[in-house]
Design a binder for this molecule. Structure first.
Ligand code: BMA
Length: 335
C-alpha cells in the first residue's frame, strides 16, 4: 500500500532511506505571497484548527531586520493561504522590554485542559534571546505572560498535558555545559523549576555537535514522546542546520529511550541551500493527519521561505528501532 508520504517526492537520489518527503509545491510560502512589505517569512509554528483547517503562525522578518508573527490559514495545509492583512503579533517593547529586537520562531501546543493554544516564542532582548509565552483561543487575541525563561534561552515548546501534575516545557538554555536541551516544570505556566538536562549536543565532528534545540513540539505516541530536534554543525563556510529524531519516556520525558545517530533531514533543495542564511532547514511546527500517523512538517528554508515535508510516526519509530541507541548514548561524554 502506498502511504500519503510515499506519494510525495524526494529531491535526493542518495543511498539512504528518505524519511521525510518534500512536497512538490515547495516552497509553499514566500515573501511574494505576503499582503504587506516584508523581507522574508520562515520558521512557522503550526496547528490544526477546530474546523480541520491548518494555521501557520509564521515568523516574518520586516525590512528593518526585526521579526513579528503573522497567521496564515489554509483548508488543505498546502495552498490557498489566507494571510492576515497586518502583523498578528507585534513585539511590544513598551510593555515587554525583552521584545525590543523582535519576536521569533513560535511553537504552538493545543492544551485540551485549558482549551487554548499555548504559543512559546523567542523574544530578542538586549541580553540575547529569551523565551516568552502567550495563550490564545483563536489566534486573533492573545494573553501574553511575558518572558518565562531569561536569556540566553530559546527553542521552546510546552507538552500538551501535565506530567505528574506539572506543566512541562522543553527549552535550550546556553550554559557553561553547552547548548543542550533541558526540560523544566511548572504548576501555573509562570513559575518554572525542577530543571533537568534532557538531551546533549554531541561533540567533535558529529552533525549535532555544537548546538542542538527542540524543533516542533513533541508528538505523543504509545511508545513515548517523539521529538524532532535540530543539530548545528559549524563549518568553515558557516553553520549547517539539520534534523534528528529521538524518543523519550512518556511519564518521565527527560529520559531518552532512543536517539538516532544520523540526521534524518538536511538542506538539499535549492530553496534550502541558498537564501538569507544558506543551508538551513528549521521546522517549528507540524500537523497530524486524521490517520493519526502522517506528519506534515512545516519548516523554514534558508531563513527565506516556508516548506512542507511529510513523514509518518510508524516510519520514524521503525527507523529508531533499527538506528537508534539507548540512553547511555545520549550523553556527549559517552560517545
Ligand atoms: C537559529 C535561529 C533560527 C534561524 C537559524 C538559522 O539560531 O535563530 O531562527 O532560522 O538560527 O539562521
Amino acid at each position: 500500500m502506498t502511504t500519503p508520504a510515499q506519494k510525495l517526492t524526494s529531491t535526493s537520489t542518495t543511498h539512504y532511506e528518505p524519511l521525510l518527503l518534500r512536497h512538490p509545491a515547495n516552497p509553499i510560502l514566500t515573501s511574494k505571497d505576503w499582503p504587506y512589505s516584508i523581507n522574508s517569512v520562515f520558521n512557522a509554528g503550526a496547528t490544526l484548527l477546530a474546523d480541520g483547517s491548518t494555521l501557520l503562525l509564521c515568523r516574518v522578518e520586516d525590512r528593518r531586520g526585526l521579526s513579528h508573527l503573522c497567521a496564515a490559514r489554509s483548508q488543505n495545509g498546502v495552498d490557498g493561504w489566507q494571510i492576515d492583512s497586518k502583523p498578528t503579533v507585534m513585539p511590544s517593547p513598551k510593555e515587554y522590554p525583552e521584545e525590543i529586537w523582535g519576536i521569533e520562531d513560535p511553537r504552538i501546543t493545543f492544551v485540551p485542559e485549558l482549551q487554548q493554544y499555548v504559543v512559546t516564542y523567542t523574544s530578542y532582548s538586549r541580553g540575547g534571546p529569551g523565551v516568552s509565552l502567550a495563550l490564545t483561543k483563536d489566534f486573533r487575541t492573545f494573553e501574553r505572560y511575558g518572558v518565562i525563561m531569561p536569556p540566553d534561552d530559546k527553542d521552546t515548546a510546552l507538552l500538551p498535558r501535565r506530567i505528574d501534575g506539572y506543566w512541562a516545557l522543553i527549552h535550550r538554555p546556553m550554559t557553561k555545559l553547552g547548548a543542550h536541551m533541558w526540560i523544566s516544570y511548572s504548576p501555573d505556566l509562570r513559575h518554572w523549576g525542577r530543571h533537568r538536562l534532557m538531551l546533549e549536543a554531541r561533540r567533535g565532528a558529529w552533525w549535532d555537535a555544537n548546538k542542538i534545540g527542540l524543533s516542533p513540539p513533541p508528538i505523543e505516541t504509545s511508545r513515548g514522546w517523539l521529538v524532532f530536534y535540530h543539530g548545528v554543525r559549524h563549518t568553515p563556510s558557516g553553520c549547517l542546520y539539520r534534523l534528528g529524531v529521538a524518543l523519550f519516556e512518556l511519564e518521565r520525558p527527560e529520559k531518552c529511550l532512543l536517539r538516532g545517530d544520523s540526521w534524518i533531514f538536511g538542506p538539499e533543495a535549492e530553496y534550502e541551500r541558498h537564501g538569507d542564511v544558506d543551508d538551513v532547514v528549521f521546522p517549528c511546527g507540524y500537523t497530524m493527519n486524521p490517520d493519526g500517523d502522517t506528519i506534515n512538517l512545516y519548516y523554514g528554508a534558508a531563513d527565506c521561505s516556508i516548506a512542507l515535508a511529510r513523514t509518518s510516526v510508524r516510519t520514524l519509530l521503525e527507523w529508531l528501532d533499527k538506528n537508534g541507541c539507548c540512553e547511555r548514548r545520549q550523553r556527549a561524554d559517552d560517545v
